[in-house]
Design a protein around this ligand. Structure first.
Ligand code: 0A1
Ligand code: ZN
Length: 865
């Protein structure tokens, strides 16, 4: 029974192949919470049943983390023969079924990890995914143990007037000493990671939805008093999502109540707890004065994502955490499709690919690369990655491309039907898609076990005699991190061959590259056509084609696939800039011509025009190089931006004036104008005009919305002008009481290109409004800074040291958020010698700390290995 702290040792590695089914099931769970900020008592009653496959003397092992029981009873009798083994409660038990009662005391106010039960702004809330439930009470905290929960919550009525939990509210009443209680019942069996409760002084935006079979659902978005009028967009997104999932996947909501709660302190974006989604407030609260158009989109996407999890994640959950992409990849694909349907599919696809390339490709090319279904981990929190989420979504998207919409839907119908109420695997999903959609996905499965971004070469040859065009394709997977087991992937490439004069084509074809090399002969081409391949980014690959700048310029003017057209501009500019950085001679005029054509194209709508005018990011350019020199990349990119800006100054000025969006509206046209206005303002500032600061300042002063304000501040942030100080001071004074807007104030300064940015970050870290206790604030300052290529990678190495010191400090209170900063340093091998060494030293400094969390330790050691 001794509760001795275990000696620190290397974190154990958990392997997928070691999966064993649970020895005990818990069909029913009763929980009783006596809630308070500093002392919460949790009583649980577990109905435990030995699995038929388990040994007759297999003890009951209930996971625990940083908790100890104040009482343990079996079938009503007090027991003392339990032990705590590395935090877990081990209880010898004979027989097939028992009732186990455990009491635990918690102090939520000291829970700085934000996992388990914690306090945020005087309210109490929980986060259980992936392994937070074990910080609340002892339980088989694994996703393949599903239980029905009955929960009684009791608290002081004045401090915590609202008491929420999963499922339906079945009773409530007042107790003694100003206390009150609520009884909740969730009829749907769920794993512990989907448990949630909230207690606080909250108000609700209350609404309703009628499902297509006519069932009424009460909807509430709970926020703090004062934030209620910022919940309209989230509520609309929720209702749109509910309708969309009925229409697109035939999925209906399954409870009479759906609650969302916004909290200020949250490690991630949001959480899909059954019937009680808990959100980072940044994905709920918005009005035009405080939220940008991008924020509005983020809210729509995340509300949808969490709602869609009700089926892809909750009704069908994961057998173990290696299957995480089963729910996350699929759900991201679902939310991406939803957002595409709600707005512009073309713009959404460009945005999704930008995110994939910015977050996932680098991960797949570095020391933390893993397949979408990993083989091993030490800390599962480290596996909520862009690979699991975004590459996972690309894999589902490819299935849709291969199968066609109708057959895809038959597959998902069968999947939901076959596995409803179960904890499933990725293999179950693929099998259901095969059976329902009548398709063979044998080789396609390789995507689940292959890390690394495939490189595809595509070349076109043409025989004028026979009028045939041949597309020669080959694939190669770079080996990083975990070694791929297999090498040949099924890569669906949407392709069109464009007439070299008009850009017209005979229709899109789907070429399936399923061997190392494959050629496709296409008939009917008198003239040598221009190859448009991987249209719509149909496969998450790196394309290596030998297309000339002239061909890319042609595609950038003519391709009828918006993504392919965008891509052609990007490739043209990337080719130019990487050549410049390497000192290879290259023609700039072809780029200026392409820009001239784009600017002169009357057919392009403003939102797409804005997209086409954005140069590839410095980070993306770095990813194309063997050895990254951020300063050289920055200098060349700025030169090109400056040249474009000067050359087309008149057009930019005209555009800037003409796209005044007028009265604020969230409709597509107004949003497009706001976007184009910010992009053109950026170019005007880059054209060395004397009035850049004035112009940006004027936009700042006149703005009636955050998109325009932020766009103006972004330009001002880089300047030495007086207007910069005035605007930033004014912004602070206006918004200092709104934490989400204050985050922007921190971020904008962290992204400044000014040489004094490192110093500025250092002083901002001591600003009275800065705190390591709020993950949003940490990300606002340091997350934005690590994205600032040229300043983070300052040759002094101060940027690296600052991040290392911050990680060391943050790890003591919030390991999960601390670990998220390691990958930025972990890419040290990719940089030129001096920086590389400095980055490695920063990692070594972290590694040398005596007491690292599992989270940080795993990431640092993998990065240095
Ligand atoms: N399942 C959530 C993501 C999530 C994961 C872990 C968390 O712990 C802090 C929180 C949220 C989603 O995909 O939205
Ligand atoms: Zn998710």
């Amino acid at each position: 029974m001794a509760d001795a702290a275990p000696a620190p040792k290397d974190p154990a590695t958990i392997r997928r192949e070691d999966y064993r089914p649970p020895a005990w099931f818990i069909p029913e769970v009763e929980l009783d919470f006596q809630l308070d900020l500093e002392r919460t008592v949790v009583r649980s009653k577990l109905d435990v049943r030995r699995s038929k496959s388990a040994k007759a003397d297999e003890p009951l092992v209930l996971q625990g983390d940083d908790i100890s029981p104040t009482s343990v009873k079996v079938d009503g009798e007090a027991r003392t023969d339990w032990t705590l083994v590395e935090g877990d409660l081990v209880l010898p038990l004979n027989g097939a079924s028992h009732s186990v009662e455990i009491e635990v005391e918690l102090d939520p106010s000291t829970n700085t990890q934000l996992m388990g039960l914690y306090a945020s702004n005087d309210m109490l809330c929980t986060q259980c995914e992936a392994e937070g439930f074990r910080r609340i009470t002892f339980a088989p905290d694994r996703p393949d143990v599903l239980s029905r929960y009955q929960v009684r919550m009791e608290a002081d009525k004045a401090k915590f007037p609202v008491l929420l939990c999963n499922g339906d509210k079945v009773a409530e009443g007042d107790g003694e000493n100003g206390r009150h209680w609520v009884q909740w019942n969730d009829p749907w069996p769920k794993p512990s990671y989907l448990f949630a409760l909230v207690a606080g002084d909250l108000v609700a935006n209350n609404d309703s939805f009628t499902t297509r079979s006519g069932k009424p659902v009460e909807l509430n978005i709970w926020v703090r008093d004062g934030d209620l009028d910022r919940t309209g967009h989230a509520m609309k997104a929720l209702k749109d999502s509910m309708r969309w999932d009925e229409e697109t996947y035939g999925r209906e909501y399954d409870l009479g109540l759906f609650n969302i709660v916004a909290v200020s302190d949250f490690n991630m974006g949001a959480m899909e707890n059954k019937g009680l989604n808990i959100f980072n407030s940044r994905y709920i609260l918005a009005d035009p004065e405080v939220a940008t158009d991008a924020d509005f989109d983020g809210i729509e996407g995340v509300v949808a994502h969490e709602y869609f999890h009700n089926w892809s994640g909750n009704r069908v959950t994961c057998r173990d955490w290696f299957q995480l992409s089963l729910k996350e990849g699929f759900t991201v694909y679902r939310d991406q499709s939803f957002s595409a349907d709600m707005g512009s599919a073309a713009l959404k696809r460009i945005e999704d690919v930008r995110i994939l390339r910015a977050a996932q490709f680098p991960e797949d090319a570095g020391p933390l690369a893993h397949p979408i279904r990993p083989e091993s981990y030490q800390e599962i929190s480290n596996f909520y990655t862009a690979t699991i989420y975004n590459k996972g979504a690309e894999v589902i998207r490819m299935m849709n491309t291969l199968m066609g919409a109708e057959s895809f839907r038959k597959g998902t119908d069968l999947y939901f039907d076959r596995h409803d109420g179960e904890a499933a695997t990725c293999e179950d999903f693929v099998t259901a898609m095969e059976d329902g959609g009548e398709i063979d996905l044998k080789q396609f499965r390789n995507w689940y076990e292959t890390p690394g971004t495939p490189r595809v070469t595509a070349n076109l040859s043409h025989d004028p005699q026979t009028g045939t065009a041949t597309v020669h394709l080959s694939q190669k997977i770079a080996q990083n991190g975990e070694k791929p087991k297999s090498s040949e992937l099924v890569i669906p490439l949407k392709t069109a061959l464009l007439d070299p004069e008009t850009g017209a084509h005979q229709g899109e074809q789907l070429l399936l590259l399923d061997q190392t090399e494959k050629s496709f002969v296409l008939e009917g081409y008198r003239d040598h056509p221009v190859l448009s391949i991987n249209r719509g980014f149909s496969a998450p690959i790196i394309l290596e084609s030998s297309q000339t700048a002239e061909q890319l310029a042609f595609l950038s003017a003519h391709d009828d696939d918006p993504f392919a057209r965008f891509e052609a501009v990007q490739r043209l500019m990337t080719g130019y800039l990487t050549a410049k950085v390497l000192g290879t001679p290259v023609d700039r005029d072809i780029i200026l011509h392409a820009v001239a054509k784009i600017l002169g194209d009357k057919e392009i709508d403003p939102a797409f025009l804005a997209e086409l005018l954005v140069l590839p990011s410095e980070a993306f350019l770095g990813d194309q190089m063997v050895e990254v020199d951020p300063q050289a990349i920055h200098d060349e990119r700025e030169k090109l931006r400056g040249k474009i800006a000067v050359q087309f100054e008149k057009q930019f000025r005209k555009l800037y004036k003409s796209c005044w969006p007028g009265e604020f509206s969230l409709d597509a046209e107004a949003r497009a104008n706001r976007k184009l206005r910010n992009v053109t303002l950026g170019y005007l500032a880059a054209s060395y005009t004397d009035d850049a600061a004035e112009l940006a300042f004027e936009q700042y002063r006149e703005a009636d919305n955050m998109t325009a304000m932020q766009g103006a501040l972004a330009v001002l942030s880089h300047l030495e002008a007086e207007e910069r100080t005035i605007a930033f001071d004014d912004f602070y004074a206006k918004f200092k009481s709104n934490p989400l807007v204050l985050d922007k104030w921190f971020s904008l300064q962290a992204m400044s290109l000014r040489p004094d940015t490192v110093k500025r970050i250092d002083s901002l870290s001591r600003h009275p409004d800065f705190t390591l206790s709020n993950p949003n604030r940490v990300r606002a300052l340091y997350g934005a800074f690590t994205g600032n290529q040229v300043r983070f990678h300052d040759l002094s190495g101060k940027g690296y040291q600052m991040i290392a010191d911050m990680v060391i400090a943050l790890d003591k209170q919030n390991p999960q958020t601390a670990a998220r900063f390691i990958p930025q340093l972990g890419r040290w091998r990719r940089y030129e010698r001096e920086r590389s060494e400095l980055m490695r030293l920063a990692l070594e400094k972290i590694a040398a700390q005596p007491e690292l969390s599992k989270d940080v330790s795993e990431q640092v050691h993998k990065s240095l290995a």
